[in-house]
Design a protein around this ligand. Structure first.
Ligand code: PMV
Length: 362
């Protein structure tokens, strides 16, 4: 699909009012997206596990205005309370998608949103939040044009969500999502995420992700700033090539269920993301001392136990501990015995691979 195929055609009758709602999951990248070109185009392809427990629920009530407004008209409630701070993000998102959703200025919207994970857990809600909002808007489009197929709607939801937050385009479907033009996958695109099309061994179908909340405050660096730092970065080109290379290696890993190689790739990707931040100008260390403690203990336990537990990180201090279903008992015991002590207030979230967003109303 090309960008112009996401532009709405004229001639449909839009409902006067109504309400739609979606629950969209978060996702965790295995090969990381870090660095972008204009219009939210990724500098390299990425792949992620869709999560299950970490999700955003958003309802969108809409009512036609007497006449089209010059500005976007909406009220926003986060966890039941008005949330002015989120308005600029929504306005930027609406500005970016207006070309594809031209009815935005014809309605007053009431956006009510909440996260399944605790507020200020240090978990970014932008991926699940933008995905849920994009899906709500597409439900309105579908009310006007019921002939639109599921595949088109999912693709367009991913396309729109990307314009809100890049990684949000991987939060529409499950369970393994690839985003970014990448030659060996003919259907891959910079514009939206797709379900990974190659064979995936059943060991990856029930993967666990226990998220250790090492630092629950605001991230030191926003991902926007982080992506920008890749522009003048001395190692940028090598990094982008490495992402391609890792995606290539994962094909066989997924096909054969090669957990040892999976661990190597996933941990190297996490550390490379952090290395990029440490070697940019200005430079940042996003890990906390407890992040490193956890990593060292995972390595020691893996060696001793011969399990395949591994970690990945997003652009912050929290640690995602990944392990297969067959090793759940042993690894979870280890997490409780040794790792929870390094979490802020002992907090962690038990998540696992999930199957994508769900419509709740509309
Ligand atoms: O979606 P953004 O712009 O917040 O970027 C997210 C980037 C990482 O989470 C660090 C990596 C990824 O691929 O999700």
């Amino acid at each position: 699909m090309t960008e112009s195929e996401f532009i709405l055609k004229d001639g449909f009758e839009y409902p006067n009012e109504g309400k739609v709602a979606w629950k969209a999951p978060s996702n965790i990248a295995l090969v990381k997206y870090w660095g972008k070109k204009p219009n939210q185009i990724p500098a390299n392809p990425s792949i992620s596990f869709t999560l299950n427990a970490c999700a955003t629920t958003t309802s969108l009530a809409f009512k036609k205005l007497d006449k089209k407004s010059d500005t976007f008209s909406f009220d926003l409630f986060f966890e039941g309370k008005p949330k002015e701070e989120f308005a600029p993000k929504i306005i930027t998102f609406f500005e970016r998608i207006e070309r594809y959703i031209p009815f935005l200025k014809e309605y007053h919207f009431i956006i009510e949103t909440s996260n399944s994970f605790p507020h200020s857990s240090g978990i970014a809600s932008s991926a699940s939040g933008m995905a849920a909002l994009a899906l709500c808007l597409l439900s309105i489009e579908k009310l006007a044009n019921p002939t639109l197929g599921e595949d088109y709607l999912k693709m367009k939801a991913s396309f729109l969500a990307r314009l809100g937050s890049g990684s949000a385009c991987r939060s529409i479907e499950g369970d393994l999502i690839q985003w970014g033009a990448y030659e060996p996958i003919s259907k891959s695109s910079d514009l939206y995420g797709i379900r990974y099309p190659f064979k995936v061994d059943s060991v990856f179908k029930n993967y666990h992700d226990t998220i250790l909340l090492v630092h629950k405050g605001q991230k030191t660096v926003s991902s926007t700033v982080g992506h920008d730092l890749m522009h003048e970065h001395p190692f940028a080109q090598q990094r982008f090539q490495q992402a391609d290379h890792n995606l290539n290696k994962l094909k066989e890993v997924f096909e054969k269920g090669n957990l040892n190689e999976f661990v190597n790739i996933v941990e190297s990707e996490a550390l490379t993301l952090h290395a990029m931040m440490m070697t940019s100008l200005p430079y940042f260390v996003l890990m906390k001392p407890n992040t490193l403690e956890i990593i060292n203990r995972i390595w020691a336990f893996r060696k001793k136990s011969k399990t395949h537990v591994c970690f990945t990180l997003d652009a912050g201090a929290n640690v995602h501990v990944l392990y297969p279903e067959s090793e759940k008992k042993e690894v979870f015991q280890f997490i409780q015995d040794e790792l929870v002590a390094f979490c802020e207030n002992g907090h962690y979230i038990c998540d696992r691979i999930g199957h994508g967003a769900k419509q709740l109303k509309g």
